[in-house]
Design a protein around this ligand. Sequence first.
Ligand code: NAP
Ligand code: HSE
Length: 423
Amino acid sequence: MRIAVLGLGTVGRHVVAAIDSERELFRSRLGEEIEVSRILVRDPDKKRPQSMQDRTTFAAEEILADPDVEIVVELLGGFEPARSLIEAALKAGKSVVTANKEVIARAGPALSLQAQPGADLLFEAAVAGGIPIIRSLQESLAGNRLQAIYGIVNGTTNFILSRMQQAGASFADALEEATRLGYAEAEPSDDLDALDAVRKISILASLAFGGWVDVDAVAKEGIRNITEVDIAEARSLGGVIKLIARAEATPEGLTLGVSPTLIPLGHPLADVQGAQNAIYVRGEPIGELIFQGPGAGGPATSSAVIGDIIDAARSRRVGGRSVALPREPAPLVPLGRHAHAYYLRLRLRDEPDALALVAQAFARAGVTLRSVRQPMHLGGAATISLVTGPTRRAQLEEARLALRRSPAVLAEESLILAEMEPV
Ligand code: NAP
Ligand code: HSE
């Protein structure tokens, strides 16, 4: 079985190296050998192992026109030209395996319709690296009515938060290390500003709850504003900060969001460190499940990609199975309908009425406060951290607007969800 790999970066190199070195293993699994016959690259000056260099081409159309190539493995990243190449490969009757969450989240349903009989579009590596969550939702859990998914689905941000929490590393140093280890996207703002996690929870929710979720309908907050002060405050409150992606089925529809969230110590998601991902799933009749494992990096991701390649190869030989992706939009609860507890860190003028003015802003918006602490007092300014009681987003925004206008407040420095589930 001849396959082509588009892209020879962090993931592509691991996939090609593993297929080259594990020929016997994959032959035993499939009953025939898999061979990477062509590799699409872009940069003519990049140094590549000679055995890979010999198979490279700059011409995607050569690969698409090659009748011997049965499976195209897209590992370029980004929306275009990845989307168009996937579409062209499917139209040409090839099976496609991809790790590209941006393309699947934005164009998955339309692309899946292009798969010809006997050919598949598979994307296990698009969510949570090596964790087999896509297949679990599509196949093993298909008999359940699922109620909620909460996950750490971005390895880069979990790596950064873990390094800041455990080793006191700076944000910049931790990001640099995550990039060097191959966890970050080519555009790391996708990780830091939560776009990557939004794409992943959109894909998971679409598969779990049976309606396609538009990425633009997911509320999001990234981790750029989290500082060592928030981390110390979280510790004092008995927890840690994690970037959590949420999807909950309610009688009114789905609620979705991605935001930094305070997780109490002892909760299984609090212990997920480094580039590990973890996904909590609740449903009937299964109850509760947690999937945990390496969520980013070449080796973990290549595990999911190669699993898909073997699956696509098998189905070409023994008969295709079409992956049905829902096409109708999912019924969503409008953003902000549910109440959450929030943590905020504010810098205040060091004046006698400052705290009273802050309390007034919350009171006028109908927001109760569960705790108020003052971790820092520096050069005429005081830092306070607050945890609210159950608050709808509109109430919170009303209080934040009043705080921005208040003479007492110098800055709102961070905003974190204080509880994972709505309260
Ligand atoms: P990467 O290291 O940036 O590699 C991308 C490769 O694609 C590079 O070799 C690049 O070539 C090539 N490329 C990009 N655009 C091209 C074009 N127009 N024509 C030809 N070649 C092109 O990315 P990666 O980390 O391997 O990620 C690949 C995909 O897997 C992305 O969709 C990513 O989101 C997904 N993914 C990554 C991870 C991870 O941990 N890294 C985990 C799960 C999923 P040059 O080197 O010549 O620029
Ligand atoms: N940049 C992504 C992450 C790669 O850090 O999770 C895995 O999808």
